[in-house]
Design a protein around this ligand. Structure first.
Ligand code: ADP
Ligand code: MG
Length: 213
């Protein structure tokens, strides 16, 4: 079955998304740690690797029966289990996405819920695109999803575009000066480095595209 399109995205699709995000985070754990070593405290790779491992365990203990349950369970787990700023931020994004999701999960439903999750990060982090955070990847990704809905593009292609936008957004953080989070303490010295949270957001979107393809 083409899980990313047609009838919509079922629970298995969301479980596969988290599974693949965890797999990719583990593969890129050292890169995320190195990025955070440059402008933070070198724990972003470890934080997310542990976070997604805990999500997998939560799913095993309490198998989600719906997409909403999967998102809320993953979000709650990340909020509770990840010490760094990124845990509560990603956790709130997934929880809010779950809470605002209708059924069945069409691309339009997904895009609207995703945007609501990104808004939760903006509120909690008191941050906006351009502040050199995960939002520099998440906001362009959300915009691509919304545009894909308007243009009636298939989910698979929409997720690929969103992943590309997130990747470009992450790279675009390199020349920026951090205005939020730990990296902001560095002032001008944060310039010239990719933001670790933007890099991990691009990984999470790459997992979404991979699962839909
Ligand atoms: P910590 O900074 O507590 O060590 P992590 O290293 O896990 O946590 O995550 C750092 C990432 O979190 C940053 O690269 C940035 O993308 C994101 N981040 C930090 N503070 C904020 C904020 N206020 N708003 C949005 N994102 C933030
Ligand atoms: Mg850190």
């Amino acid at each position: 079955m083409d899980r990313g399109t047609g009838e919509g995205m079922d629970t298995a699709f969301f479980l596969a998304w988290f599974e693949d995000a965890g797999r990719l985070v583990r593969l890129q754990r050292d890169r995320l740690t190195a990025l955070d070593a440059a402008i933070g405290d070198a724990d972003h790779g470890a934080n997310l690797d542990r976070g997604f491992t805990e999500v997998r365990q939560a799913f095993a203990e309490w198998p989600p029966a719906t997409p909403v349950q999967a998102l809320v369970s993953a979000g709650t787990t990340l909020i509770r289990r990840v010490g760094g700023a990124s845990g509560p931020l990603y956790g709130s994004a997934f929880r809010q996405m779950g809470k605002s999701m209708d059924s069945p999960v069409t691309l339009a439903v997904f895009a609207a819920a995703f945007e609501s999750g990104v808004r939760a990060v903006e509120r909690l982090g008191k941050a906006a695109q351009g502040d050199k955070t995960m939002l520099d990847a998440l906001v362009p990704a959300s915009r691509e999803l919304t545009r894909a809905v308007q243009e009636e593009i298939a989910a698979r292609e929409a997720f690929e575009r969103a992943a590309r936008a997130a990747e470009e957004g992450a790279r675009a953080t390199i020349p920026l000066r951090a205005r939020r989070g730990r990296a902001s303490y560095l002032g001008e010295r944060s310039v010239g480095h990719e933001d670790p949270g933007a890099a991990s957001a691009a990984i999470i979107m790459a997992a979404l595209a991979a699962v839909a393809s």
